[in-house]
Design a protein around this ligand. Structure first.
Ligand code: T3D
Length: 263
């Protein structure tokens, strides 16, 4: 049995999944995909987990697919990349897109290739000052996968998305913040503590409302305004009947911090 390549730890209601192959800049392998999906599934089923944070061990977040492993080969003797995408990347991205907890990608350092798009599939991305995001695919004559061609034009617009893909240029954390790819940038020295504190703040938020926000944002991409207004009304009706709404109102009146239970 090979050594695990991710670690999974807990700090109260925040679960932290760390990609752990620092000598390969945490590049993704089949084993890592398998362990990652298993850890995500475990935290999804755990009622006490509110936020899952994904980060990297050592100096990088993740350098994308491990380019040194043997790739599946098709009947023509050439690499069969579709097989890997259908078996590993696509299920991971779909799992993140529909995940029942909040997810944070905490980019502690270089983030390249599919790792950028996996990070963007998380709900919120935070980055260390020295981190960068690089759609590195053009350098090896591929197109961005793991949902990159879907998420990037929606986040930065089609022209800028294409330019980032064509040039494969590294986007600094500061520029990524300006483009809306990253929500917060923290100093390198205090990154783990700052990202952890940020995760804790989100974990204290109202889980049902947070999930409703995720759903509304996701559906807004395909909805017209009237449909979206109806969706908001439907979701708000449910939230209005929740214990957490009562708690929010009570806490406001009593001038104290609310304690949300997700009910
Ligand atoms: O179906 C499919 O399989 C296709 C799916 C594709 C998905 C993808 O993600 S394709 C894109 C793959 N990723 C890349 O092309 C990025 C490759 N890495 C880099 O460009 C650079 O390493 C970075 C820009 C990320 C960081 O540069 P730097 O200078 O800070 O570090 P380095 O010296 O390049 O890397 C340090 C070590 O990590 C080095 O090993 P060594 O020389 O010390 O033994 C390097 O080879 C290794 N490493 C970095 N990236 C990968 C990797 N090893 C395997 N796979 C990698 N992706």
């Amino acid at each position: 049995m090979s050594e695990p390549v991710i670690t999974s730890t807990r700090a109260d209601s925040v679960a932290i999944i760390t990609l752990n192959r620092p000598d390969r800049l945490n590049a993704l392998t089949s084993q890592m995909h398998e362990e990652l999906r298993a850890a995500l599934a475990e935290h999804a089923a755990d009622e006490s987990v509110r936020v899952v944070m994904l980060t990297g061990a050592g100096r990088a977040f993740c350098a994308g697919q491990d380019l040194t492993v043997e790739l599946p080969v098709g009947p023509d003797g050439r690499a069969d990349l579709e097989e890997t995408l259908l078996r590993e990347y696509n299920p991971l991205v779909l799992m993140l897109a529909d995940y029942p907890k909040l997810t944070i990608a905490a980019l502690n350092g270089p983030t390249a290739g599919a790792a950028v798009n996996i990070a963007l599939a998380c709900d919120v991305v935070v980055a260390a000052q020295s981190a960068f995001l690089q759609q590195a695919f053009a350098k090896i004559a591929l197109l961005p996968d793991a949902g990159g061609t879907w998420i990037l034009p929606r986040l930065v617009g089609p022209k800028r998305a294409l330019a980032l893909m064509l040039t494969a240029e590294a986007v600094s954390a500061g520029d990524a913040l300006g483009m809306g790819l990253v929500a917060k940038v923290f100093p390198d020295e205090s990154f783990a503590a700052d990202a952890g504190a940020f995760a804790k703040t989100l974990a204290a938020g109202p889980p049902l409302a947070q999930q409703a926000m995720k759903q509304a944002i996701r559906e807004s991409l395909d909805n017209d305004l009237a449909t979206q207004l109806n969706l908001e009304a439907r979701l708000q009706a449910k939230l209005g009947r929740s214990d957490d709404f009562e708690e929010g109102i009570a806490a406001f009146k009593e001038k104290r911090a609310p304690v949300f239970t997700g009910r």
